[in-house]
Design a protein. Structure first.
Length: 202
């Protein structure tokens, strides 16, 4: 019994640390999209690699915790609305992360062209990412507050948060991404040559 408790505690520690690393990277890169500086592909690629690694650890440790807590009867997850909602949100943010990596990041780094839709794509996917990580955080720490709520309640709340974030991303963040993409090449030319006169967003 003591061994089980120690193993579970270690898995939980790994899970929480991986989540903290991933959330920190996501929030940092999201904040940079609102900053006065153009997109930094080097920082973006490094953050993408770190978040991808953290997600793998999150899935592995989370699956192990579910197996331990259910005694191998993983179908019991269906009887736990909060856990089922958390798994749904994690699936959404994982799929969204794949889309960010394959579509949005190449557009932001100038490696792919989506015309006038590039900024909208990046903003929309980012607008889904932030509320998904926030919702996963809230579902992870909610205890007594979650009692009496069913799966639909959690999903409605998540959908509301996502809708607000998506609206903000498309109306506020998208115009800034457009300007960042327009001045990206000038930023890196100046950076590579050590110029102090780096372009900034208006």
């Amino acid at each position: 019994m003591q061994t089980f408790a120690i193993v579970r505690l270690l898995l939980l520690f790994i899970h929480v640390m991986a989540f903290a690393v991933a959330l920190g990277c996501v929030l940092r890169e999201d904040a940079k999209l609102l900053s006065a500086q153009p997109v930094d592909p080097i920082s973006l690629r490094a953050a993408a690699r770190l978040v991808r690694f953290a997600l793998v650890i999150l899935w592995a440790s989370g699956a192990a915790l579910i197996v331990l807590d259910t005694g191998g009867a993983v179908l019991q997850v269906a009887d736990n609305p909060k856990l089922l909602a958390k798994l749904t949100v994690v699936c959404v943010l994982t799929l969204n992360g794949i889309a960010l990596h394959c579509l949005a990041f190449p557009a932001l780094c100038g490696e792919a062209r989506f015309g006038r839709y590039g900024a909208s794509l990046a903003a929309a996917l980012g607008g889904i990412s932030a509320p998904s990580w926030l919702s996963a955080t809230l579902l992870g720490i909610a205890r007594g507050q979650a009692k009496g709520l069913d799966y639909a309640d959690f999903m409605v709340a998540y959908g509301g948060i996502a809708a607000i974030a998506l609206t903000f991303a498309l109306t506020v963040v998208r115009p800034r991404i457009v300007r960042k993409l327009a001045m990206g090449s000038r930023w890196f030319d100046a950076r590579l040559h050590g110029s102090a006169d780096l372009p900034r967003l208006l």
